[in-house]
Design a protein around this ligand. Structure first.
Ligand code: PLP
Length: 429
């Protein structure tokens, strides 16, 4: 039984897969003032031009620049696909469980796949600095790494509760040469407003986004970089799902159920979209796609599908998505990367149309599943990733009950070696 499938470095995909080519019309981003679809000019103030082009492109395949492919080699792509054989045996399930190792990159998660692409385009276009937000610190670490590789300055607004709970990630960012500020901060008007309300404000991704945007808009040498939600970000992540389909093909298997955790939706989308494309084109039937999220921030499971702002200060364009409301400040759970009030418009549309499902889990169950996974498979998952681990276990138990030999594949979005305090606090280790 093969427990690991590798690909060689010259097999890294040459193109990203763009789901907009198979989705038909999708609700456009709206300008909150005019209530009209947003002009591309408005977006180029914030993002590199190539990212803006990709945001609206309908081409099915978008070429990955050679420089970015070379960086993909450096971070360990193609990442291996593993079979969770000991977990299968423990659960006594007839299902086969596979997981894609996005934890093997230098910063420990999938986020480098887009950080490197965004930094490359920014540098090409003469930008000197990228500003961004980070929750648990994974996105900030990834962009800081990409900044180091492509000679860009990076300014990171880090959600204050994570800044305090997870001190090591800020050291990672600083080691790569980035500047890291807890958010809300006194560096921006938005930040000052929230600090005045509460000097100990825990912050949220929504607030940190507002701060990073404010700085980028006021400085023409700076652009803003987002780690999830937008089409071009999800596009860059599809390298994951393209590799997975090839790896399963080599085993002569097809996925029955694909699972990913959802914060803004980028790892879930990157992992599932190439397979979902096949479903949308009528080439495959019967595959299920499950998005796993926390009960504390159940955007897809409990949110409403409507236009909403991407940030708390209401400065972003309006996005049609599942949302808990842009004012929603999620409780400080350890899965910082899942504390976002909305979910990517494309992922939301697919949920609305019944192509994907979602499920929400309470924190303690998620950590227990993670501990079981660590004992059986030897890997300690990130708290975010643990939601996908929990969902995969549930699906494997369902397959056992129904006596079905399903192929269950989940995205192992990152490791938890910098999240041990969370394990300690929740499981009382
Ligand atoms: C950021 C992060 C997530 C959540 O973000 P998405 O954009 O939804 O993928 C999930 N897992 C890990 C390990 C992360 O770092």
């Amino acid at each position: 039984m093969k427990i690991r499938v590798d690909m060689s470095e010259n097999e890294i995909p040459r193109f990203w897969y763009n789901i907009l080519s198979d989705l038909g019309e999708i609700p456009p981003m709206m300008d909150p003032r005019t209530k009209e679809p947003l002009s591309t000019d408005a977006l180029t103030v914030l993002f590199p031009r190539e990212c803006v082009r990709q945001e609206a492109s309908k081409e099915r395949r978008i070429e990955i620049p050679e420089e970015v492919r070379e960086q993909y080699i450096r971070i360990g792509r193609p990442t291996p696909l593993y079979r969770a054989k000991r977990l299968e045996e423990y659960l006594k399930t007839p299902a086969k469980i596979f997981f894609k190792r996005e934890d093997v990159t230098p910063t420990g998660s999938h986020k480098l796949n887009t950080a490197l692409a965004q930094a490359y385009y920014a540098r090409q276009e003469g930008t000197e600095r990228l500003t961004t937000e980070t929750g648990a610190g994974q996105w900030g670490s990834a962009l800081s790494y990409a900044g180091a590789m492509f000679d860009l300055n990076i300014l990171v607004f880090m959600v204050r509760v994570s800044y305090n709970q997870k001190p090591y990630r800020k050291f990672v960012m600083k080691l790569y040469g980035a500047e890291v500020v807890p958010s809300p901060s006194d560096r921006t008007e938005v930040g000052k407003r929230f600090l005045k309300e509460d000097p100990e404000h825990p912050g949220s991704l929504g607030i940190a986004i507002s701060e990073a945007i404010e700085v980028a808009v006021k400085d023409e040498k700076s652009k803003y970089s987002l780690g999830s939600v937008l089409n071009h970000v999800l596009l860059h992540q599809t390298v994951i799902g393209l590799e997975v389909l090839e790896q399963l093909r080599r085993l002569e298997l097809k996925p029955d159920v694909m699972i990913g955790c959802v914060g803004g939706g980028s790892n879930f989308a990157g992992f599932t979209f190439p397979a979902i494309g096949r479903v949308l084109r009528g080439e495959e039937k019967g595959m299920r796609f499950v998005a796993a999220e926390p009960v504390a921030c159940p955007s897809m499971t409990k949110g409403e599908y409507r236009y909403d702002f991407g940030d708390t200060a209401r400065t972003t364009p309006l996005l049609k998505m599942f949302t808990l409301g842009c004012d929603f400040v999620p409780p400080p759970i350890h899965a910082g990367g899942l504390r976002y009030h909305g979910a990517a418009p494309t992922v939301s549309l697919l949920k609305k149309e019944g192509v994907i499902e979602s499920v929400a889990y309470p924190q303690e169950e998620v950590f227990k599943a993670a501990k079981l996974f660590a004992e059986l498979e030897g890997l300690i998952p990130a708290p975010e990733t643990s939601h996908a681990v929990k969902a995969a276990i549930d699906e494997a138990l369902k397959a056992k009950k129904e006596v079905k030999e399903r192929v269950i594949v989940f995205n192992y979005s990152g490791h938890g070696l910098l999240d041990l305090v969370g394990y300690h606090q929740v499981l009382g280790l």
